[in-house]
Design a protein around this ligand. Structure first.
Ligand code: GTP
Ligand code: MG
Length: 386
């Protein structure tokens, strides 16, 4: 047992503090205390060095999956410093984006989306494509949602060098998750992935978000559509370019055929999601792979037809502008509701509206006036500070 002694340094106020003396031979830097493998230089500790902007840009452009992951982590970071760096990297990679085919996949939990993506993705990789798989799940928390489950479900795909799988960014608002996913998609395109598959559970608003970032959108359904439509709203059907009746295998095949017919009839009554492209229902099995090559043919035909008609590019253009407008909305919303003067006055104004003293319209006018004045005052201060 080492003997501890205490000494008081010269600068210490007497009787107030004591400093422990070191113990001979067991300081960190003492050779005797270091793992011999480290000491001999045989083994170097892993160091997670920060990559420079150039390293990130070059790495992603080269298709280096490790660097792509790091670039995406930067995109997903909520730190303002990382935000600025991520945006500069993205800006420089932007000319390399836009060439991939973006495909969204939605459907109720358990419809077989992940299994279908695994089978479809493997088929595309076999055909020489590079496939990136993303998911959007605004409810996913820091536990990164179901990625562990998905990575095992997409076991063979995740091990292929032609594929890249990235789960939904964790937490945050749907708007925040959507921005991060869009930018992740662009990073993947810059890294050379030419097919992007985005999975989302079709139970909330996330399917509308995914629709707004993809070219082709498919709805995966199960047999027994019947009267209740498995809770699938007409709204979701109107977003789809294809309805895929999955699990059309084994004993289920006959029922799947009937279901396909039912959906096919329903599509006659809904507005097609894409101008000039009639939505149809198709049979598929993620297990036997039946229907998958046909589905890819359908998607290619879609691309050919919509490219010819100009609808493909028009949709991409309006998606970009809608995205910009949505971000302006969100930014202004945060600016307004995060303003100290507004939050301070809000309870009082709310009360006044509830008791009928002022109308909601008048309340808004007053709040906005207040907001304008505080912003203007702040600007003046900024000018002086500059
Ligand atoms: N027989 C059969 N089973 C399938 C098929 N596709 C998926 N399954 C099974 O259905 C279950 C659910 O599949 P998932 O791929 O996890 O479904 P999901 O839609 O991704 O589910 P969530 O991510 O939870 O929304 C799994 O047990 C799969 O093995 C298929 O084509 N045929
Ligand atoms: Mg899944």
């Amino acid at each position: 047992m080492a003997n501890y002694t205490t000494t008081t340094p010269d600068w210490a106020v007497s009787n107030q503090s004591a400093v422990m003396s070191g113990i001979e031979g067991i300081k960190d830097t003492t050779v005797g205390n270091i793992n011999p493998a480290f000491a001999s230089g045989q083994f170097k500790p892993k160091r997670r060095m920060t990559l420079t902007e150039d390293e990130l840009v070059d790495g992603v452009a080269r298709g280096d999956r490790m660097i792509l992951s790091r670039a995406i982590t930067l995109i997903e970071s909520n730190s303002p410093k990382h935000f600025a760096k991520a945006q500069r990297v993205l800006q420089r990679l932007l000319p390399r984006t836009g060439k991939a085919l973006r495909i969204g996949i939605t459907g109720v939990p358990g419809a077989g989306k992940s299994t279908l993506i695994e089978a479809f993705g493997n088929m595309l990789c076999d055909d020489g494509h590079k496939v990136a798989v993303l998911s959007i799940d605004p409810t996913s928390s820091i536990t990164k949602g179901s990625i562990l489950g998905d990575k095992t479900r997409m076991g063979t795909l995740s091990r292929r060098s032609e594929a890249f799988i990235r789960p939904s960014p964790a937490g945050g608002t749907l708007g925040g998750v959507a921005r991060k996913s869009r930018e992740t998609m662009l990073m993947c395109e810059a890294a050379g992935y030419d097919v992007i598959l985005i999975e989302t559970v079709g139970v909330g608003q996330s399917e509308t978000t995914v629709r707004s970032m993809v070219d082709f959108f498919m709805l995966v359904v199960l047999t027994g559509a019947g009267d209740d439509l498995q809770g699938i709203k007409k709204g979701i059907m109107e977003l789809a370019d294809a309805i895929v009746v999955n699990k059309a295998d084994g004993d289920n095949l006959v029922r799947a055929k009937v279901t396909r017919g039912e959906y096919e009839r329903m599509t006659e009554f809904i507005r097609p999601a894409t101008e000039g492209w009639p939505t149809h229902a198709y049979l598929a099995s993620a297990v036997t792979k039946m229907g998958l090559p046909e589905l890819w043919k359908v998607i290619q035909l879609f691309k050919e037809m919509t490219t010819k008609s100009g609808v493909f590019q028009r949709r991409r253009d309006s998606q970009l502008l809608d995205w910009m407008h949505a971000m302006i909305d969100e930014h202004l919303h945060n600016l307004f509701f995060g303003d100290a003067v507004i939050t301070g006055r809000m309870p009082e104004i709310r009360e006044a509206v509830l008791s009928g003293i002022i109308s909601p319209t008048q309340a808004v006018a007053e709040l906005v006036k207040m907001f304008d004045i505080t912003r203007a005052a702040k600007k003046k201060v900024d000018l002086f500070e500059a």
